[in-house]
Every structure is written in structure tokens, then in C-alpha cells.
Write a protein that binds this ligand. Structure first.
Ligand SMILES: Cc1cc2nc3c(=O)[nH]c(=O)nc-3n(C[C@H](O)[C@H](O)[C@H](O)COP(=O)(O)OP(=O)(O)OC[C@H]3O[C@@H](n4cnc5c(N)ncnc54)[C@H](O)[C@@H]3O)c2cc1C
Length: 414
């Protein structure tokens, strides 16, 4: 049997998985990575802890990817979350399940995931060339023949896997080269836009709370006053606005509404466990018990210290007012504020700051059973370069690994 030569363009999560899998079934594999070493983005995922995947069922996985989720069904079926966990355990990287079914390496180090993968591809016989930028695909008669690098050198191959990622966090190497390569090969590119991106808010409210992280809050998106989405979890105030898991997950909805010209507000329920009646009872109890305390002091039991001056200001109750002096109307204002603390959104951060790039190579032109191009024989795609993106929780990396697995095996087997 003739040994097939496979070139993988890009050494991210998907490219390393593709390269190792292709080599494991007998292909001669060359991995070309433009950065000084592979896995730069992988190394910063999950705040340096790498949320590898999730315990979710296949149906839940697909649902997290929205309209293009169904395209990933076969990839998830061929290389599932359970198989990914077993794969890393086999490489000496045991994992733990955390809140929301998120799976991380037990060591809490994304670095361990990168080291395990780079070590593994070498043992599979993959030749890795770092600092190698692929500039073009060599295509003849509707079939890929190899790639050309930025030094003008041609590298022949029977199959090429484009695994160049999106355009977010360009310092990690993903600068959108794959879109240009795919377009030149006759593929359509669904316009790219930021997904999972922080939000910019009006005024100085967020900057005043900069660095404050809120857990167990319920965050709603209001478009022209009507609720369009909500999510419970963790968020963060920054110097420009809002970030953190819940905000990132809601950002797609926000971006669409802003693009459509709507006014968007984020409504934060700081006490989601207490409905209006229970919250009122709680406030009454506090005011009764500590009636002589100043309003400002009373707030300490309800809010993080950094939020107190803002609350005092926005609710319009003097900080020196004693608990027993607070009227029912004032209590009502405080209750409303705690349940519906609002910030107007004026924009989303640039795509370079997005966790994931939405859009990319149109999945309609890729065979979901193999990740092969429907335009050019021998050409394959893997990972974020394709029009697939999900919310936070480990889904994006699982998609990169699953599509990388499938592209690698398919390219090697031809
Ligand atoms: C800060 C941050 C945190 C994240 N955390 C998580 C998380 O915890 N869990 C999760 O599921 N997802 C997370 N993601 C998303 C996840 O990292 C990506 O979806 C995933 O890395 C995509 O993998 P990929 O292989 O497709 O692309 P990438 O990982 O971007 O890899 C692409 C590679 O291709 C190389 N390349 C590009 N162009 C060329 C070229 N012309 N020639 C040669 N090489 C080239 C690049 O240098 C890069 O190494 C996070 C993303 C960011 C930015």
C-alpha cells in the first residue's frame, strides 16, 4: 500500500489532533505552524486551566452550536467527549468535572494539555515545522497537490487539512489566513463576526465597579425594553463594561440586536434566589433588626462593598438615613434596584477580543462525514476556521478536537 502524505496547516487544538490521528493510521504527516510553537491559543484557554470539553449529551452538544450544530453530529459521534477524556487520560492528563459539567485537566494547567498533545504527535511520527506560514494551496484539476509557504517553497501532499482557526486573539497565530486559502479554493465564507465577546456599556458605572466579579446572578438582555434572553451564573465588571461567562454567552444576542439598531440594556438580578415578596421580607427583617444602623451600613449585608456607593446614588436614599427612617416607597426602590440593576450596552468589543469567531468556511460545502471539501478533492477542514461556534462550557474545544480527529483519519485514509 502506498503511504499517503498529509499536510496539516495550523497547530492548534484541531490541527494537532488531525495530524496525530492521520499519522496514527499510517500517513506521513507534516504539520506547518506559523508561530514559534504549536498550541498558543490552547495554552490560554479556560483562564489558563483549559476547559477541554463538557459532560453534556450529544444532543446537548449539537444544541449549543445553534444552526450549524447538526453539521457536527458525525464528528461528535466518531470522537465524543468520553473518548476525548479517555484520550487525555491515556496521555497522562487525568481530568475533573466542575460546575456546569465543564471538564478540566485535574492539574488545572492548560500547559499540560498542550505538552501532552505536542509530545503525542511527535511519538506518532508527525514532522512539525514551526515558524512556517502557509501562503497558498496548490490545486490542479480540482485536486489539492500540496501547499506553498511564505518563502515560496512548495510542499507536495496527497491531502491538506486547513486548521488555521478564526481571527480572534490574533497574537496566538489565528489571523484568518484559512479564509483566504479556502476562498481561493472556491469556498464561500460566511461573514466573520465576534462571538463570545465582552460588552461596552455607557457611562462610568462599569468602570467604577472594575474588577468586581459577581457569582450567582441572573443576567437578562433587554432589547427596546423587552426581554430577549437571560442566563444565570458569573459575570465581571471591567474598565469598558461587562465580561465573564454569562455575558460572553449572551453576547451573540446583544450583537444581533445592536446591529438591528435596537437599544440594548443588561438587567442584572443581584438576588435571583429571592422573588419580590421574599426580598421584601428580607429587607423588612434587616431594617427591623438593625433599625439604628445607617442605610450605607445596612447595605453591607446585601452587596459587595464596591457596589454600595453606586446603590446609594442610584436608589436615591441618603447614606446616613437610619434603617427605621426608611419608608415603604424607598424600600420598594431598593428592591427594584436589587432585582433589576441596569446598564445600557453601547457596543461589543472588537473581534480580536472575542473568545470565538463566528462565521467562516460554509459548512454546506464540507462533507460532515469526513470534513472533506466538496469543492476540491483531497482538501479538508478542521476547527474554528469553519462556520461553527458555541457558547462557553468546553464545546468549542470539543468541536476542534472532534473535527480534527475526523479530518485527520479521513485525509489519511483518502
Ligand atoms: C482566551 C480564550 C479562552 C478560551 N477558552 C476556551 C475554553 O476553555 N474551552 C473551549 O472549549 N474553548 C475555549 N476557547 C476557544 C478555543 O480556544 C478555540 O475554539 C480553539 O482553540 C479552536 O481551535 P483551532 O485548532 O480551530 O484554532 P487555533 O487554536 O486558533 O489554532 C490555529 C493555529 O493555526 C495556526 N495558523 C494560522 N494561520 C496559519 C498559516 N497561514 N500557516 C501556518 N499556521 C497557521 C495558528 O498559529 C494557530 O496555532 C477560548 C478561546 C480564547 C481566545
Amino acid at each position: 500500500m502506498v503511504t499517503r502524505t498529509v499536510i496539516v496547516v495550523g497547530g492548534g487544538a484541531s490541527g494537532m489532533m488531525a495530524a496525530g490521528q492521520a499519522a496514527s493510521v499510517g500517513a506521513k504527516v507534516l504539520l506547518l505552524e506559523k508561530m514559534p510553537r504549536p498550541g498558543r491559543k490552547l495554552g490560554i484557554t479556560g483562564k489558563g486551566r483549559c476547559n477541554l470539553t463538557n459532560v453534556a449529551s450529544p444532543a446537548e452538544f449539537i444544541a449549543h452550536f445553534g444552526a450549524t450544530g447538526i453539521f457536527l453530529r458525525q464528528a461528535f459521534h466518531r470522537f465524543s467527549n468520553d473518548e476525548l477524556v479517555a484520550f487525555f487520560e491515556g496521555l497522562g492528563v487525568p481530568t475533573v468535572v466542575e460546575r456546569g459539567g465543564r471538564i478540566f485537566p485535574s492539574s488545572g494547567q492548560a500547559r499540560d494539555v498542550v505538552d501532552a498533545l505536542t509530545g503525542w504527535i511527535r511519538t506518532q511520527g508527525v514532522v512539525v515545522r514551526n515558524g512556517a506560514v502557509v501562503d497558498g494551496l496548490l490545486i490542479e484539476g480540482g485536486r489539492v497537490r500540496g501547499v506553498r509557504d511564505s518563502d515560496g517553497k512548495d510542499h507536495p501532499a496527497d491531502a491538506v487539512i486547513v486548521a488555521t482557526g478564526g481571527v480572534s486573539y490574533p497574537a496566538t497565530g489565528s489571523t484568518g489566513d484559512g479564509y483566504r486559502l479556502a476562498k481561493a479554493a472556491g469556498h464561500s465564507i460566511v461573514p466573520v463576526r465576534p462571538a463570545l465577546v465582552p460588552l461596552e456599556t455607557k457611562g462610568d458605572v462599569a468602570p467604577r465597579l472594575q474588577g468586581l466579579s459577581m457569582r450567582n446572578v441572573n443576567v437578562g438582555v433587554l432589547v427596546d425594553g423587552a426581554k430577549r434572553g437571560e442566563m444565570f451564573g458569573e459575570m465581571l465588571f471591567t474598565h469598558f463594561g461587562l465580561s465573564g461567562p454569562v455575558i460572553l454567552s449572551l453576547s451573540g444576542e446583544v450583537a444581533d440586536a445592536l446591529n438591528a439598531g435596537g437599544r440594548v440594556d443588561i438587567s442584572i438580578d443581584l438576588k435571583p434566589a429571592l422573588d419580590e415578596r421574599k426580598l421584601d421580607e428580607r429587607l423588612l427583617r434587616d431594617l427591623d433588626l438593625h433599625g439604628k444602623r445607617k442605610f450605607e451600613t445596612l447595605l453591607k449585608g446585601l452587596l459587595p462593598t464596591k457596589m454600595i456607593p453606586l446603590c446609594v446614588e442610584q436608589v436615591g436614599i441618603s447614606p446616613d438615613r437610619r434603617g427605621y427612617q426608611i419608608t415603604a416607597g424607598e424600600r420598594g426602590r431598593l428592591r427594584a434596584w436589587l432585582n433589576d440593576f441596569r446598564l445600557e450596552v453601547v457596543g461589543v468589543r472588537p473581534i480580536a477580543e472575542a473568545i470565538v469567531t463566528a462565521g467562516g468556511v460554509d459548512t454546506k460545502e464540507i462533507d460532515p462525514r469526513t470534513m472533506a471539501s466538496r469543492r476540491v478533492d483531497g482538501l479538508y477542514f478542521a476547527g474554528e476556521v469553519m462556520d461553527v461556534d458555541a457558547d462557553t462550557g468546553g464545546y468549542n474545544l470539543q468541536a476542534a478536537f472532534s473535527t480534527g480527529w475526523l479530518a485527520g483519519r479521513s485525509a489519511a485514509e483518502g
